[in-house]
Design a protein around this ligand. Structure first.
Ligand code: HEC
Length: 179
């Protein structure tokens, strides 16, 4: 219950900030800036529309953290591609290298449950590296299937929520900073 309340509060804070910015700009800006402020407001509305459609739970992140998380995600995709490629060529050294590339990022502060899913994912990627070291093809395939299941499970549940410094300070208060 508390988790949902926290996630909802962070969504509402971000939405309120978006609205506040648009109104402030509209009231005070000269005509040229007012035009771009109304473009800003419409961009805001577009983001809000997406946010309403996307019913997944929010992981609050500062822009820099969100960007870093997406970079790591693209690396994860490179990693599973490398594992599949290694399997196709029976190249266990390549599989091990690719499996070890899944860098670690637990940016789940303010989203209880997210970090735990990240840890499960990394354990399952480690199991692939172990299986590759012992040249156990079946265990690599099982490990890849299990790892892909953790990718799918996490993506089904969570979405990024970009927040400002003030919101971040509120949602991360009391949680140890984790990365
Ligand atoms: C602990 C949770 C978690 C796990 C595990 C996870 N992801 Fe993600 N991933 C996310 C989140 C959150 C996003 C952002 C989704 C959003 O906001 O729409 C994301 C986004 C992505 C993106 C889009 C990146 C971009 O540039 O927009 C890719 C690709 C991706 N993940 C690949 C993977 C792959 C491949 C795996 C498994 C090998 C994986 N992820 C495992 C949470 C996770």
């Amino acid at each position: 219950m508390k988790r949902e309340a926290l996630a909802l509060a962070s969504v509402l804070a971000a939405v309120a900030a978006c609205r506040g910015e648009a109104q402030k700009a509209d009231a005070t800006a000269p005509p040229v800036q007012a035009a771009s402020a109304s473009a800003g407001a419409s961009l805001c509305a577009a983001h809000q529309a997406l946010d309403t459609m996307d019913q997944r739970q929010a992981v609050p992140l500062l822009p820099m953290m969100a960007n870093h998380q997406k970079q790591m995600m693209r690396d994860h995709l490179v990693s599973v591609q490398g594992i599949a490629d290694g399997l196709a060529r029976n190249d266990f050294a390549a599989i091990e290298t690719a499996a070890k590339k899944s860098g670690c990022s637990h940016m789940g502060t303010g989203a209880p449950g997210f970090t735990e899913q990240a840890i499960t994912f990394h354990k399952s990627a480690d199991a692939i590296a172990d299986a590759a070291r012992s040249k156990d093809r079946d265990a690599v395939v099982r490990g890849l299937a299990a790892t892909l299941a953790t990718c799918v499970g996490c993506h089904a549940k969570w979405k990024q929520q970009i927040v400002d410094d003030g919101t971040w300070a509120r949602v991360s208060a009391g949680s140890p900073a984790r990365e």
